[in-house]
Design a protein around this ligand. Structure first.
Ligand SMILES: [Zn+2]
Length: 184
């Protein structure tokens, strides 16, 4: 056994695990299904203020959620949407598959990537191309959500039966505004 004080992280997971025991005891996991009941795939920021279980009222198995810095549509995110699209195609031979909602937000920390010194240091740290990282900044969430919707719509890996929409979540009002409605 180590003599070190427990770290705050250990305390955090301990408290979350207590909630898990209560969740399971109350049957919170029961009735969950693998195909999302709202046929919704949400891409949003990992900011703890921006949890779609809360601001969209999502319950367990309502939606697929991918969260990353800024809620940006990266190559990895395109691969994930393509993967779910392929699974959905197997289950649904025709008609619409699901909707992807890209939701960026105000006061996003991904704005730090617009800062030259921060971006340079981060690019060095992760061994990435600095100019590519500049594109990942979220300064105007309406503009980046629009750009990411276009990126998904033009990705050859994604089935045309997948609809895509773009939105902005305002952390001060709690409201989501649609900037690009779904294409079908
Ligand atoms: Zn953010």
């Amino acid at each position: 056994m180590s003599n070190r004080e427990p770290t705050p992280h250990a305390a955090d997971i301990a408290s979350a695990l207590e909630r898990n025991r209560a969740f399971a005891a109350a049957g919170g996991h029961e009735g969950a299904v693998v195909f999302p009941t709202l046929r919704l795939f949400v891409i949003t920021c990992l900011d703890p203020r921006v949890d779609p279980a809360h601001f969209l009222g999502l319950r367990l198995s309502d939606a697929i959620v991918v969260r990353n810095v800024g809620g940006r549509v990266t190559e990895q995110v395109i691969d994930d949407v393509a993967f779910i699209g392929q699974i959905a195609e197997n289950a649904l031979p025709d008609g619409p598959l699901f909707e992807v909602a890209v939701i960026h937000h105000t006061q996003c920390g991904a704005g730090a990537l617009a800062d030259d010194a921060f971006r340079r240091r981060y690019a060095e740290r992760i061994g990435a191309d600095e100019s590519a990282l500049r594109q990942r900044a979220v300064v105007d969430p309406g503009a980046t959500a629009t750009r990411d919707v276009e990126r998904l719509r033009s990705a050859p890996a994604i089935s045309p039966r997948v609809a895509v929409s773009g939105h902005v979540y305002d952390v001060l009002t709690g409201l989501v505004e649609t900037v690009i409605p779904a294409d079908h």
